[in-house]
Design a protein around this ligand. Structure first.
Ligand SMILES: [Ca+2]
Ligand SMILES: [Ca+2]
Ligand SMILES: [Ca+2]
Length: 333
């Protein structure tokens, strides 16, 4: 059993207990004062009932206001206290010695608890996490999946058992207790040099392709594509149109298009989107939420034709941990 002071609030320091007892304490102090007064009226040689001592002040450090603590009874001299029917010297305030007002025996701790000494010189026992007070001691409280930061799988509960944090949604895998998207199609493709090649687009064909295979599978995932653009006809130069749609609800993906002219120069005019100077020039589209993104680059290079390579990037401005594929529509006219 854990005594009342086991909650880290020694009984004589517990504000609730203190609030409940001032009348009793005053009565006891009055009684002590009366006894002390009677003693002064009698010859010292007679002693006092309960005798031997006088003020029973504790040997420990004074309170912050300079006053001295009293021991629990008035029957021992200063620097001593009652123990086993007699008086012994106040002990070092060490839990291994039962604290200053103990009898030299170690304070009793329980499984999941540690013992310490209160400033008043008594043993104090506190439950250490994951152990919590349960009214009769300390009980190990199993952790929760939320507290453990575990979204899936089986997790140590901290008390020698396990807790089941469930399965991941379809399309995701449980990795280190978190649900992650399965590696997406075409990965890794995190840079222009690792871009997925989409082949040749000739402006003479007005070719349009729709890709619904690829997904953003983490907040750091970038998907790069490249296409070879051939200026094969016509009076006007090739125009590259790209649309990103089907962005999962709750996420915000953005789109970028850059063009590298084979003959140098260029790359032309950003007819839709925000001009960007990276990688020789291109267009960005950064609408909010999961609104579709569109860019159009009208090519214009330094040589006799506008042949070149287009690079497209899809990435997440914010990612809602959904693994669904987006739709990429590419047309060269
Ligand atoms: Ca991807
Ligand atoms: Ca990628
Ligand atoms: Ca966006």
């Amino acid at each position: 059993m854990v005594r009342p002071e086991s909650r880290g609030l020694p009984y004589d320091r517990n504000p609730l207990a203190a609030a409940a007892l001032p009348a009793k304490l005053r009565a006891r102090e009055d009684a002590v004062a009366r006894q002390f007064g009677i003693c002064l009226l009698l010859l010292w040689g007679w002693g006092c009932a309960g005798g031997g001592g006088s003020s029973a002040y504790d040997a420990g450090e004074p309170e912050s206001d300079g006053s001295r603590r009293r021991d629990s009874g008035p029957s021992c001299p200063d620097g001593q206290h009652v123990c086993g029917g007699g008086c012994i010297d106040d002990q070092p305030n060490d839990p291994a010695r039962g604290c200053r007002l103990g009898c030299g025996e170690p304070c009793t701790a329980f499984e999941g608890s540690t013992a310490s000494c209160s400033p008043g010189g008594t043993c104090s026992v506190e439950c250490e996490p994951p152990f919590v007070p349960d009214g009769s001691g300390c009980t190990c409280m199993p952790t929760t999946c939320d507290a453990a930061g575990s979204a899936c799988g089986t997790t140590d509960d901290g008390c020698g058992g396990t807790i089941d944090c469930g399965m991941c949604p379809e399309g995701t895998n449980c990795v280190d207790h978190l649900c992650e998207c399965s590696p997406g199609v075409g990965e890794p493709n995190e840079s222009p040099t690792a871009a997925i090649s989409l082949g040749e687009f000739r402006d003479s064909d007005d070719r349009e392709e729709i890709y619904a295979l690829y997904a953003i599978t983490s907040d750091s995932d970038e998907d790069w594509y490249e296409l070879t653009v051939v200026d094969a006809c016509c009076l006007s130069n090739p125009s590259i149109h790209v649309e990103l749609s089907g962005i999962p609800s709750g996420s915000n993906y953005d789109l970028g298009l850059w063009y590298d002219c084979d003959s140098g120069g260029g790359p032309g005019t950003c007819a839709d989107g925000t001009p960007d100077t990276a990688m020789g020039g291109g267009c960005l589209s950064t609408n909010s939420s999961n609104m579709p993104e569109t860019v159009q680059l009208d090519t214009s290079c330094g040589g006799i034709n506008e042949n070149g390579t287009a690079f497209i990037r899809v990435r997440a401005a914010s990612w809602a941990a959904t693994c669904g594929v987006y739709r990429l529509t590419i047309r060269v006219t």
